[in-house]
Design a protein around this ligand. Structure first.
Ligand code: ZN
Length: 245
């Protein structure tokens, strides 16, 4: 696990392959995403590492409802009374009523050793056994969430139907989720701002258009759903991601 304070009270945590973000506001914490189901140990350790306990986690905010992002959501909801929030268009995916994820056919078609490693890691961390969230609170595009840190929802559909990034203007942080990542999951040597591979998205062209929403945000660090935080303006990250989309 890697953990770094990218701005005052905003912590990037790298679980097995997916990032989560801890936003601290006084003694309270908002957790953005939570890795795979079997990242639960790392999730709990990360909260302890920043000097908080699970009782301080007031909210979980999901960028989207894929298995590698909602891994601990239901557990924290049931065991620690954490309210789970997602965009209204993401509810069905969060609840497991629809899939919108890469098919095994797509995986087999693109087969090569680095993809094999990706798939093994996903399976080891519970990728085939998603833990769906049975009750969520919804928000809309542009809403200032009433949770610690008050992130602003930036609706960026394409990777999934209701994908959102989160903007923390006072911290100068953009949490971009899987709308813009900094590592290629199938070719981890390829780093830097980029689109997630089209095979992972339900509508790649829509995902490219959604990047417009990040361009005018004033931030100096972008924290993606996969890969390391990137220092620079969202405008620049978007230009880099578009160049090889
Ligand atoms: Zn992801």
């Amino acid at each position: 696990m890697e953990l770094d304070e990218v701005a005052g009270g905003v912590f990037w945590v790298e679980a097995s392959h997916t990032n989560l973000v801890l936003v601290v506001d006084g003694s309270d914490v908002t957790m953005v995403d939570s890795g795979y189901p079997k990242d639960r140990g790392l999730v709990d350790v990360s909260v302890a590492e920043i000097g908080r306990s699970l009782a301080d986690v007031q909210a979980m905010v999901l960028t989207h409802g894929h298995v590698d992002h909602k891994g601990s959501a239901e557990r924290l909801r049931l065991d620690h009374d954490v309210t789970v929030h997602c965009h209204g268009s993401e509810v069905r995916l969060a609840r497991g009523e629809i899939k919108q994820q890469i098919s095994t056919w797509e995986l087999r078609r693109a087969w090569r050793p680095t993809i094999f490693r990706f798939a093994v890691n996903a399976i080891r961390h519970g990728g085939l056994r998603p833990e769906h969230v049975t009750a969520v609170s919804t928000f809309a595009d542009g809403e200032v969430l009433d949770v610690p840190g008050n992130p602003i929802a930036v609706f960026t559909p394409g990777h999934t139907e209701g994908h959102c990034g989160f903007y923390l203007p006072e911290k100068g942080v953009l949490i971009s989720g899987d709308a813009l990542v900094t590592v290629d999951l199938w070719d981890p040597e390829r780093r830097g701002p980029q689109m997630i591979r089209r095979q992972f998205s339900y509508n790649h062209d829509q995902a490219i258009r959604s990047l417009d929403r990040f361009v005018d945000l004033d931030a100096d660090v972008v924290v993606p759903g996969h890969g390391e935080p990137w220092r620079g303006e969202p405008r620049e990250a978007v230009a880099m991601a578009r160049r090889n989309a």
